[in-house]
Design a protein around this ligand. Structure first.
Ligand code: SF4
Ligand code: FES
Length: 241
């Protein structure tokens, strides 16, 4: 079924099978999101894309677009909720942006800027998490992991390797490496893997490429998250129709 629905006051066309988020992006409307990418099955874990339909919260990344639906997205309350969710992600991990190789190309940092986050608001939890520098090409810094499972899905669905898994639930969940030793060196991961490229933060990085692109010239130094995402989505739609 195709048709239109309303996103706030804007009429949005949709195609059969599109979610609210996909139809919104195709129409040039940005809904903040972190754990969704168009190439992967949605996962609905970050809750940044929360919208209201008939007064109830739904994840726009998994909610199918439906004819005549009225979707509420840009209210002060929902903006505050998204900001609070982002602040929680910062305090649950150890994100020290000035010292991170991904600063300027990190989607968590870019989301924080986009949402007008000025501080962490909540007390920092300073969790103790293991790093894994055992692999010759790829580094895993769990301090920067937001457990979005993009690497888990990309490794399975795009790389065909199943290198990662998430164990546990909620704030105690942890990114695991699927090897008897639990170490990246005993997996088939490679620097070119989509699992590494799709990590939105500095949790997965390629060794010996640190600061190849100077600070100030990176993706989100040049462009707001919304602009970057909308341009990339439009280019993908143009390629695949
Ligand atoms: Fe997400 Fe990166 Fe953590 Fe994987 S390593 S769960 S992609 S933040
Ligand atoms: Fe929808 Fe994360 S993008 S829940």
């Amino acid at each position: 079924m195709s048709g239109t629905f309303f996103l706030d006051d804007q009429e949005i066309p949709f195609r059969e099978g599109q979610t609210v988020l996909e139809a919104a992006l195709a129409a040039g409307r940005f809904i903040p999101h972190l754990c969704w990418r168009p190439e992967l099955e949605p996962h609905s874990s970050c809750r940044l894309c929360t919208v209201l339909i008939s007064g109830r919260p739904f994840s726009a990344c998994t909610q199918p677009a439906m004819k005549g639906q009225r979707v509420v997205c840009d209210t002060p309350q929902l903006k505050d909720l998204r900001k609070a969710v982002t602040q929680m992600l910062f305090v649950e991990g150890n994100h020290f942006c000035p010292a991170c190789e991904r600063s300027g190309s990190c989607r968590l940092q870019a989301a924080a800027y986009h949402l007008g986050m000025q501080d962490s608001h909540f007390p920092h939890q300073f969790p103790v998490r293991e790093r894994d520098s055992s692999h010759p090409e790829v580094n895993l810094d769990r301090d920067r992991c937001i457990r979005c499972e993009l690497c888990v899905r990309a490794s399975r669905q795009l790389d065909g390797k199943n290198v990662f898994g998430i164990h546990g639930r909620g704030v105690t969940s942890r990114l695991e490496v699927n090897a008897p030793s639990g170490l990246l060196r005993d997996t088939a991961i490679a620097a070119e893997d989509q699992a590494v490229a799709f990590c939105p933060t500095g949790a997965l990085t390629v060794k010996r490429r640190g600061f190849e692109l100077p600070i100030g010239e990176r993706r989100f130094d040049r462009s707001d998250l919304a602009t970057e995402v909308l341009e990339a989505f439009a280019a993908k739609e143009a390629r695949h129709g």
